[in-house]
Design a protein around this ligand. Sequence first.
Ligand code: IMP
Ligand code: MG
Length: 184
Amino acid sequence: MEPSYDPQSFQILYDRQTVARRVSELGAAISADVAPLLAPREMLLVVGILNGAFVFMADLIRTITVPLEIDFIRLSSYHDNQTSSTEVVQLKGLEQEIKNRHVLVVEDIADCGLTLAWLLDHLQQRQPASIRLAVAVDKKARREVSLNLDYVGFKVEDGFLVGFGLDFGRRYREKSDICVLKNT
Ligand code: IMP
Ligand code: MG
């Protein structure tokens, strides 16, 4: 049994049933879009961004009906507010070659968007056949670059979210509901 949330700190924004339903819808849309692109015996390459994406990705891939394989990348990004520049360091690279592959990038949340923008540019340079982007949450208030998000679970304006892979100080990733932290 899961421990209960502290009502002083959390508010459930999307409960686990709502999240599961939405993930299934995304999986169905992805399957319908990608199926016509894949040659016989070709697999979709699903790339998860560690650490946050792993919960969403685990659920999402089980609702996708085309053949697929997975890979992970780990990035660390540092936003310098003074120069409004971002430095992204790759802590773990992909193990698969992506040239000529159909790629689905999976991320927990798009916030400023700088991490995803950097990653898309980095992947495009390796000439994949296509890149699609799936995020569990699209958080708009602080977006700094325009991003083409192909599959969005939930759109929120602002707030700090935890659960379903999202952390606050490395905690709460294991919560099944998407919650908003109070007092932030
Ligand atoms: P950005 O889009 O470059 O700002 O980076 C997005 C990253 O910031 C995500 O991958 C998360 O790790 C983190 N992040 C942004 N907003 C939240 C949130 O509300 N909860 C948890 N992590 C967040
Ligand atoms: Mg992250």
